[in-house]
Each structure stands twice: as C-alpha cells, then as structure tokens.
Write a protein that binds this ligand. Structure first.
Ligand SMILES: [Zn+2]
Length: 339
C-alpha cells in the first residue's frame, strides 16, 4: 500500500489525553483517565489509573490491579495474544512485545491499513516475557528510549556473569543490585537462575508483591526472601535486589559493606553510573538498543514511522535516510522508568 502524508492521521492521532483511534473510540496508553483505553503493559507511564474501560492482556490487567487497586479500571477486558477483536470500525489484535510479563504491541486494522503501536519493546530473549513478534504493518509507532547510536546493550548473560564473578571475588560483601521493580527485577532473578545461581535471593520489601504475582502467573523465580530484619552477617556474600531509589538511602546501611550494582540500559553512560555511586554497572535493558531499533523499523516494512518517547530526533533522521516518512509524536507523561 502506498499512502500519502496525513493518511494515518485521519483516524489515528495524538489527542490531549494520548494516542487516539477515532473509528475505534479508544486511546492507547493514555496519559490521563479516558473512557476506553487499551494498555500495552503495566509500567506506570503507560498504565495510568482511572479509565472507565481497560483492554489488555490478562497479565497486564493483574499487574494493574496489584499496582492501582480500584484505579485499575471501571471494567477490565482481557484479550489474549493473537486474538482479533472488532471494536467499532477497526479490528484490534495484541502481539507480544518482549518488554515485560504481559507486554503487548497493539495492531489496529482499518480499511486495509495496518498500524502497530509497539508500546515499549525489546528483541532480546527474556525468560519472564513472551518474545517480541514482528508484525508487518504500514504505520509503525515506536518508542525510542535508547534512540542514539551510542546505546548498544551487552549480552545479558555476560552482565550476569560479571555480577557472579564479583560475588565470588568479594564473598564477604553483600551485592546490592538496583533494578526497576516491575520486569527488570524478575528478569535479573530469572537470569541468575539460568546461570546456575540457586541460593536464596533477598528482596527489598517493595519488590515482594510483584515477585509473588510473577510466581502466581507461572514465572519460577526460585527461593526469595524479604531482607526484613535479616542480620547483616547473614547477608554477607548474598545478592539483594532493591528499587534504584533505595541504592543510596538509609535502607542500604543494613547490608554488609555492599557492592552497589545497577541493571539498566543507562549504565552504558559511565557518567550516570558514577553519579549514582554505582560500583558495578550492568548494561541490561528491557528496551531495544539502537541496532535492534533500526532493524525492527526496517523489518516491519512500514512506510511511515512515528516515534514516541525518547531520543526522537536521531531516530526521525535515520528513518528519513532509509527513505521512509517519519514524525516525532510529542506524547506527554512518558518517563525513562529508571530503566
Ligand atoms: Zn515499560
């Protein structure tokens, strides 16, 4: 299909509340409470509270209920991956995004046109998320969290190997790993298990409920225990996971001479690691890096690319050089999610 400038904007466009599909009467990941929302995944900058009706995968709905309670949506409707649903004059299908448990891309079909709203996504294998599926489309709406050529994530197992090597080298020190509490933390645990680490992993209290939910949804994380009042001596030589915000605060004083690690795509930037006092930066991200972003854009076959949150300018320029149309969508309220 060859479309002209503005073809997609006639039915899919950014409204003050977020991306709106007019013939379907719904927003995708709206930044404010709306009547009908389709939610790509449970991170707080995508899954806002207070929508009257929410459509998402079962896992995302459960994450929203855990995090938002009664704010998780007036009515909730689960849609399985690959199941096609007609809404108004459009058809909607969710496809795996590989970002976190339950994350989905939204395929919207309207009058022969296929638009994919990717939400956040990654191409790397992740034991806690269904792998990204490439969905051919005419319009691809992509994130650009790491949309600069400098961002290249390391192979996960290499980073996990560095963590385990440090633990072996400093058996008297607690290894405190900062990781975002939804998705990243559980992925790190699962990667440690795959690398053969079978000891108890200790958790900051803020992470316990989400890890429990992952377990209930079938993701085996092995032996976990809240740090709670565990004596310092017992935590020597152990791995403790905590939200990034806890790395530098009083809480970490209960640990035995901690080695501070932080698992994030931003750890590619050495100054960021230094600023946060991170001794062991682990470049592990739940977003595509630059090479995977460029590959994905090319592989979708989309003739038009819209770029949401992140480093839009560099991506728009690169896409234009590929001979495709590109525009930056200025959607409000997206965050780096300490990712
Ligand atoms: Zn996310």
């Amino acid at each position: 299909m060859t479309t002209s400038v503005g073809t997609f904007e006639r039915w899919l466009y950014p409204s003050p509340s977020g991306l709106y599909c007019e013939p379907g009467g719904f927003h995708v990941d709206p930044g404010q409470a709306v009547d009908r929302a389709i939610i790509t995944h449970g991170h707080s900058d995508h899954a806002r509270p207070g929508h009257s009706h929410v459509l998402a995968t079962t896992e995302t709905l459960q994450v929203m209920r855990l995090r938002l309670g009664s704010g998780a949506g007036g009515t909730q409707q689960a849609l399985s991956l690959g199941q096609r649903l007609e809404i108004g004059d459009v058809a909607v299908t969710l496809h795996p995004a590989g970002h976190i448990l339950g994350s989905a891309q939204v395929l919207i079909e309207y009058r022969g046109m296929r638009a994919v709203v990717s939400g956040d996504y990654k191409r790397r294998a992740d034991p806690t998320a269904v792998s990204f599926e490439l969905v051919p489309c005419h319009l691809f709406i992509t994130e650009a969290t790491f949309g600069l050529p400098v961002f290249r994530h390391e192979p996960d197992q290499r980073e996990i190997g560095r963590l385990l090597a440090s633990l072996a080298a400093f058996p008297e020190r607690t290894h405190l790993v900062g990781a975002y509490g939804l998705g990243k933390a559980q992925r790190i645990i699962a990667l440690l298990r795959r690398a053969g680490f079978d000891r108890t992993i200790y958790l900051h209290g803020a992470m316990v409920a989400m890890c429990d939910l992952y377990e209930r949804l079938g993701i085996d994380l092995g032996a976990l225990e809240p740090v709670g009042d565990t004596p310092k001596e017992k935590l020597a030589g152990e791995i403790v996971l905590a939200p990034p915000s806890a790395l530098a605060d009083r809480w970490s004083r209960r640990l035995a001479d901690p080695v501070t690690a932080f698992a994030s795509g931003w750890m590619r930037v050495k100054a960021r690691a230094r600023q946060r006092g991170v001794e062991l930066p682990l470049v592990i991200s739940d977003h595509v890096d630059w090479p995977d972003l460029m590959t994905t854009i090319a592989e979708t076959g989309a003739e038009e690319i819209w770029v949401t949150h992140g480093r839009e300018e560099a991506v728009v320029r690169a896409v234009t050089l590929m001979g495709r149309r590109a525009r930056a969508l200025a959607l409000l309220g997206r965050e780096d999610e300490a990712e």
